[in-house]
Design a protein around this ligand. Sequence first.
Ligand SMILES: Cc1cc2nc3c(=O)[nH]c(=O)nc-3n(C[C@H](O)[C@H](O)[C@H](O)COP(=O)(O)OP(=O)(O)OC[C@H]3O[C@@H](n4cnc5c(N)ncnc54)[C@H](O)[C@@H]3O)c2cc1C
Length: 384
Amino acid sequence: MTQRVVVLGAGFGGLEATSLLSEEFGDELDVVLIDKTAGFVFGFSKLDVMFGRSIPEQVFHPYANIVKPGVRFVQAEITAIDAAAKRVETTVGAFEADFLVIALGADYDVARTQGLAEAGHEFYSEAGAFALPDTLAAFEGGDVVIGITAGPFKCPPAPSETALMLDAMLRQRGIRDSSTITLVMPFPRPIPPSPDASAALLATFEERGITWHPDTGVRSLDAAARVARLGDGSTLPFDLYLGVPVHRVPAVVEASGLTVDGWIPVDPRTLETSWPDVYAVGDCASVGTPRAGVFAERQGATAARRIAARVRGESGDALYDGRGVCYVEFGGEEIGRVEVAFFEGRPHGSMEGPSLELAAEKREFGASRIKRWFGREWTPALAE
Ligand SMILES: Cc1cc2nc3c(=O)[nH]c(=O)nc-3n(C[C@H](O)[C@H](O)[C@H](O)COP(=O)(O)OP(=O)(O)OC[C@H]3O[C@@H](n4cnc5c(N)ncnc54)[C@H](O)[C@@H]3O)c2cc1C
């Protein structure tokens, strides 16, 4: 009988796992990919929309375009996961599997930060980022705070990129002199594993007059007084607050009893959970790497390679290497490239650029994924 793989979540991890399995087996494996949404959006595209480089329609990749041998996409909400039985319940019925890949990402708990919903703007969700062009257009200058509540949070460079892209936008609009930008982050430096990248970012912050407030998070916003209260006891006044909310696993993951300390524990090298033939990859798992697409993608590939070996009756020796490459926007046309390794001694990384060549490389990164996962040509927005 044809073996069945059910992949939960069609983000970086799920799309890569699905693509690899289809390439390996075609119609000889039955792969079901389930997601509650109708399409995929890159994290970096949220910033492109927020800062007016793209419109939402340009960055949306419909799952209906996935035509891969052996793969069936199902749009449905997953309502229960039984890892022991390898069975999931969804709003369109139940699915049983020989292998499960849980790639459900991280959700946001906006309500955990008092005042955030009333007085701030979270920019990490699609809805939040896509609503911001109007807010930014209406902003006439003043104090801006970009704040992180607590770790872990997705794509650690993204808030630094946001500060630099905002700086560029306010300069272009001629209101930079009447504005301040403060970045609050619960890290000692912007990209902890890479001293080079952190130094380059800190030098650029200094040059552009962006205040760096390290080692603490934003605990609450006082909507009436328009101040952010920080974990270190200080307060920051704001006219515009752009926030990264507390992250958590999707409710169904927690309700299904899969988590320990909030995330799904896995063997970091194999992505196996405590249940046989059940893998968890990407932001929902505690792997020991940052929450970022490049890591989720390689984890999805490793899980898929191990499943492929099991389907063939082999033991499978694919191991996840904990490496990743991130592209960091510096707010102009140039982009830096940060390579990080997490499982080879202490986490460490090196930085190249920023340069125009790397901006082209980042565009190729996005284009190649859309070609591979959706089979269509696409070019991410050009840096302005
Ligand atoms: C502003 C911003 C910028 C970023 N920039 C970058 C970048 O430049 N490079 C990079 O590598 N990463 C970047 N990231 C991070 C990246 O987007 C995530 O880390 C990555 O998407 C994680 O992949 P994943 O497969 O674990 O989860 P996701 O890609 O989040 O996919 C999870 C999927 O599960 C689905 N799902 C969840 N719950 C259910 C349910 N109950 N039923 C059905 N479906 C469900 C969701 O709809 C989603 O499609 C950025 C993130 C943000 C917010």
